[in-house]
Ligand binder design. Sequence first.
Ligand SMILES: Cc1cc2nc3c(=O)[nH]c(=O)nc-3n(C[C@H](O)[C@H](O)[C@H](O)COP(=O)(O)OP(=O)(O)OC[C@H]3O[C@@H](n4cnc5c(N)ncnc54)[C@H](O)[C@@H]3O)c2cc1C
Length: 217
Amino acid sequence: MTTDTLEKTESLRTGTDTLCYAGQWILKTDENSLDNIPDEFATPIHKIRTKTILNSANKLEYLSLILVYLITNKRNVLDCEYCYFVDRTFNRVSEMDFITGNIDDDKENLLIAEISCHYGDEMWNRSNEEVFSSCVKDLNEDNLLKKEDILAHEIIKMPSVYPIYRTDYKTHLEETKKYFFKINNFFSIGRQGQFYYGDSDQMIRFGFDTADKIIKQ
Ligand SMILES: Cc1cc2nc3c(=O)[nH]c(=O)nc-3n(C[C@H](O)[C@H](O)[C@H](O)COP(=O)(O)OP(=O)(O)OC[C@H]3O[C@@H](n4cnc5c(N)ncnc54)[C@H](O)[C@@H]3O)c2cc1C
């Protein structure tokens, strides 16, 4: 855990502070080290002794996402806002000109290729250059974009993005929520913190509602 997280955890345990947490539920304890998970991804609660909650929370898995940002001098690549793909490196590409309504010919265009994968799998472990080359190859083969059309690129990897709704997820979700509800000054919120595939407006509403709840406490 980072120093900042440790401080927050300490004040939470002594009851002097309230913590709103919007990340994935990854519970680490001294006994359960989950070595493959970096400490900064762990939920800032420690000393968990109940086996059921450990078992349940850690069974709620998320798909990871790699975002490949491509700044291009080519306009109108997709002829639409979003396009979905199968059998390609990416599963969706969005074109910002169509989303932002940019019609200024002097401005560059921005495309975002999305690659969903599992944390630590072969795709996740590829280097940024490998991911970029593979995307460019597919875009080129589909006659959408050539390498020389790309002025710059940036890659961001996010470990927990889309909740995976397995057949037994409801049982594990209920167990996990029951546990967290018992901690008065800990609020698990947001998409990851609720294991809920929601949109921005729903998460903002939930944030406001949680703030009201905290004020009333
Ligand atoms: C590719 C994509 C496209 C989307 N398009 C749309 C759309 O068009 N319209 C729409 O309404 N919604 C869209 N969504 C959904 C929307 O992005 C989410 O609903 C919204 O961002 C969720 O907000 P949040 O605050 O719950 O989580 P986030 O925005 O993910 O914020 C959580 C924050 O917590 C941080 N965090 C995580 N773990 C820890 C930790 N251990 N310690 C400290 N910080 C931590 C993260 O870094 C992050 O900054 C899209 C999502 C994706 C992935």
